[in-house]
Design a protein around this ligand. Structure first.
Ligand code: IPE
Ligand code: IPE
Ligand code: MG
Length: 231
């Protein structure tokens, strides 16, 4: 059927615009982040309904440490709560929850909460929810290079390199969606994006809902992915 949706195996969301969404309503940035967490729940449900295998979401970048302490503190308390309640709920429903990023630097309470849900869900076979947390693509690449150097291997291929990334074993990243009108990757998945389709939407992340995902999948379905070949 001509209008049948193509479903990406692996989709990523750069969840941007929580602060501007709040400002537009005369609310605090923290209210925007809270609304963003609600939107994330709706989007994860929508992705699961559409049969997407892996959803990666950019929740906190290595560069986000430059924000005010109060905002950072709020974000990690929100993430801890999200892990304990919502992610645990997804884990109970068979989703696998994983994280990409340097987790060693996180507040202890956040570390505990995410380790718990990660361990609990590690053998689940449902949709994979991959949360990029304290994630930076350049940092990820340098970490991979150091892992290779430390192993003593002197010659690698692409597969060996990929195996050293946080996303090892996941399907190729088919589609990256960024909200809020910004048209940049902000240090997100620079290796993995090599052949990703890119979609930039003007709406702020808290306004994303099930209909937005349908819009996104329609756009994705209209793309001709040639991978360097010809028709
Ligand atoms: C995205 O929203 C959430 C994080 C980066 C943690 P922002 O907080 O970046 O919202 P804007 O871009 O200031 O509107
Ligand atoms: C990217 O958003 C990081 C996350 C969504 C977690 P930012 O709001 O931090 O990105 P810049 O600063 O606009 O590039
Ligand atoms: Mg932003």
């Amino acid at each position: 059927m001509a209008n049948e949706l193509k479903i990406p195996r692996h989709i990523a969301f750069i969840m941007d615009g929580n602060g501007r969404w709040a400002a537009q309503r005369g609310l605090q940035r923290s209210d925007g982040h809270r609304a963003g967490a609600e939107a994330l729940k709706n989007m994860l449900d929508a992705c699961s309904e559409q049969g997407i295998e892996v959803v990666t979401v950019y929740a906190f970048s290595c560069e986000n440490w430059s924000r005010p302490q109060s905002e950072i503190k709020f974000l990690f308390s929100l993430i801890s709560k999200f892990a304990k309640k919502e992610l645990q709920n997804y884990a109970d429903r068979g989703y696998r929850v994983m994280f990409s990023g340097d987790l060693t630097q996180l507040p202890q309470s956040t570390k505990n909460a995410i380790k718990k849900v990660m361990d609990y869900s590690k053998n689940n076979t449902g949709m994979i929810v991959n949360i990029a947390l304290n994630y930076g693509a350049r940092q990820e690449i340098v970490r991979a290079v150091n892992m290779i150097l430390q192993s003593g291997i002197r010659n690698i291929d692409e597969q060996m390199f990929e195996d050293c990334l946080y996303t090892a074993g996941l399907p190729q990243l088919d589609l990256i969606v960024r909200s809020s009108g910004e048209k940049r990757l902000s240090n997100f998945m620079l290796w993995q994006c090599a052949y990703s389709e890119l979609i930039f939407l003007d709406k702020y992340w808290p306004d994303f809902d099930k209909d937005t995902l349908i819009e996104i999948l329609k756009e994705y379905s209209s793309r001709d992915r040639r991978f360097g070949g010809i028709k």
